[in-house]
Design a protein around this ligand. Structure first.
Ligand code: ZN
Length: 258
């Protein structure tokens, strides 16, 4: 009887121990801006740890020229937006500065970001785009179709994450390092990884700024439900995960980290 009790106790102890270990693993937040980016850069042949990312002069001048070129294209929108849709411009600036100010990503400490509200783009899906690495394009539809400021912040945080992680520069440098021999498949694989990085970093940015990271999931569902033809068209070319997979990816990270 004593022997049996001892055996039972040991089995119970081992089960409890393994459950605890499992719980500890599950509740561990594996991601931080630095850790995740460094892991991926090795895996992804982008040999640049994001914080130490160094770009050659060629890459720097390419990026600068591209930025100036794109900025020229949107110059009218940049100048006119404060008059044509002042409420949205003010709101955009408020959200952007809240996200930047509260971020722990060192790469955002002295960031240059042009926020461009496209006042006439009412029919677009409520999404955003970061052009040439530091030109944030926000269609007015983002303000009209989003459910709240926090949902808008989720979209903006994703774009700021691309900026924080130097995605544009890192991709360009990887292409340049390969003497422009890198295949389109490889580029698309790198972009997919960058989208994952941006999704996870956006949650970090949202939480640091006091926004609920779950809003990112809600907004994604909302955009999907709109079933906009333009989204369906662009999603074929998108380097984002497919909808269901992206939802699961975000949800896992939120339940593990926030
Ligand atoms: Zn993205």
């Amino acid at each position: 009887m004593v022997k049996f009790n001892l055996w039972l106790w040991m089995v119970t102890f081992i089960i409890c121990l393994s459950l605890n270990v499992e719980a500890a693993i599950e509740s561990t937040c594996e991601f931080s801006t630095q850790k995740y980016a460094s892991t991926l850069s090795k895996k992804n042949r982008v040999p640049l740890f994001v914080e130490r990312a160094q770009f050659t002069e060629d890459t720097k001048s390419f990026l600068e020229n591209l930025y100036l070129d794109r900025k020229k294209k949107f110059l009218r929108a940049i100048k006119e937006a404060p008059l044509r849709c002042p409420v949205e411009v003010k709101k955009a600036q408020m959200i952007v500065s809240k996200l930047l100010k509260n971020s722990e990503a060192k790469s955002l400490n002295s960031v240059e970001l042009d926020v461009v509200v496209l006042c006439s783009k009412e029919q677009m899906p409520p999404i955003a785009r970061l052009m040439a690495g530091k030109l944030l394009l926000l269609p007015i539809s983002l303000f009209k179709k989003s459910k709240s400021d926090a949902h808008m912040a989720a979209v903006i945080a994703h774009e700021i994450a691309h900026l924080a992680l130097f995605h544009y520069g890192r991709l360009r440098q990887a292409i340049s390092d390969s003497n422009f021999k890198i295949s389109r498949v490889d580029v698309s694989e790198i972009k997919k990884i960058h989208e994952d990085e941006a999704d996870l970093t956006s949650l970090e940015l949202l939480a640091s700024a006091g926004y609920d990271p779950l809003k990112a999931v809600e907004h994604l569902k909302h955009v999907h439900e709109l079933k906009d033809e333009k989204i369906n068209e662009t999603s074929k070319l998108s380097t984002h995960r497919p909808f269901e997979s992206r939802l699961a990816f975000l949800n896992t990270q939120i339940s593990n980290c926030y």
